[in-house]
Design a protein around this ligand. Structure first.
Ligand code: DQA
Length: 153
């Protein structure tokens, strides 16, 4: 007998950290010319193909990002580009660690090819993985990796 498993609809919280609202006009040589709105649209489209939904938000404030992580109960996973907080925020790292939601860290630029202060991520040890250096594609790849993780665990 054949059984048909119902399709699971995953809900993913997408968090963009400081200065990412300026994408498109912020150092395009490093971050590309794609805007944040375009990235969010790309993620909505990709999510629908992966039987998932994304809820995207951006903040320039550490506490707002932390509150969003604390309130992520309804989501199964988190996709985060914490921007410069990646390299400074023990508090964001602790929030991710506290809520125990599978988290994928993404970066547009390859942080390891840049200044040494960008080589360390406080998020990486509490993330299931990190994707860095593929421009806006990093987000799509990160979402795919997160959904793959959730659907196989
Ligand atoms: C970034 C890399 C960070 O070092 C930087 O502070 C950012 C963007 C990236 O996506 O490449 O704001 O997270």
């Amino acid at each position: 007998m054949q059984t048909i498993e119902s399709l699971k609809l995953f809900s993913i919280l997408v968090l963009h950290g400081p200065n990412l609202n300026l994408l498109g006009r912020r150092e395009p040589g490093i971050y590309g010319s794609v805007t944040l709105e375009e990235i969010d649209r790309l993620l909505v489209t990709e999510a629908s193909m992966l039987q998932a939904k994304v809820y995207c938000m951006q903040s320039n404030h550490e506490g707002v990002l932390i509150d969003a992580i604390h309130n992520a109960d309804e989501h199964q996973g988190i996709l985060i580009n914490a921007g410069a907080y990646t390299h400074t925020s023990v508090a964001i790292r602790d929030a991710i660690s506290a809520v125990k939601k599978p988290t994928v860290e993404v970066h547009l630029s390859n942080i390891y090819q840049r200044e040494t202060f960008r080589h360390h991520s406080y998020i990486a040890p509490v993330a299931i993985g990190q994707i860095s250096g593929f421009g806006a594609e990093s987000y799509r790849l990160g979402l795919q990796a997160l959904i793959h993780y959730l659907s196989t665990k």
